[in-house]
Design a binder for this molecule. Sequence first.
Ligand code: PEP
Length: 252
Amino acid sequence: MRKPFIAGNWKMNMLVDTGKGLVAQLKDRVRDVKGVEIAICPPAVLLPAICEEAKGSNIRVGAQNMYHENSGAFTGEVSGAMLKSIGCTYVILGHSERRHIFGEPDGLINAKVNAALAIGLKPILCVGEKLEQREAGRTEDVVGLQVVAGLYGVTAQQMEDVVIAYEPVWAIGTGKTATPSQAEEVHQLIRGLVTETYGEEVGQSLRIQYGGSVKPDNARGLLGLADIDGALVGGASLEAEPFSKIVMAAVE
Ligand code: PEP
């Protein structure tokens, strides 16, 4: 049985005081939630304050990105070792905004996935097709390649710590959500690929989140499907009420 996992991606939003305020409200609302893993992923500069605020609660903290070297002359970058040292559990890697605004290729994302695992951070590897790729019937190829390339060199044992987020690019921040059946179809494809590479046990225990305009009113329909094990939530994670409602949808 896979434990549902709801993670909030704050993107480049919030300041230290508003972020801490949001965590305080969330802690109140989800204090008694059991059986669902909850994480929030603030911008890097907020991480120490948010890790402190979330300490001792059932809310884990993740980063939105990292570099694959532990230290050195990489101006502007943050390493996995730094994230680990302040108490981060997760790191989002290969988010579509990293891929398409900042031009991150699969090879770099794969290096980051391996570096995160080596330092003891759990990667949330994001994959997803653009609208024109879906319309050209290329969803399977595009997502399949991102999964295989992103996991290159990852061992079966390390897969216990890997989460994959399927986020169709056309659904992120647009208000358009994949229908539950569109999402489920791609989730099955991802689980099938992981099963082919790592075997049935790893494939069945892999958690695959859906992301793309998840809101309280569509969460239940998505989370009710067999291969959808949680959600990566952008816009609706910026306020306590909608985010905690999505968490509650996962409880149900
Ligand atoms: C995201 O940032 O990963 C995301 C899915 O955003 P939104 O929920 O706003 O579409």
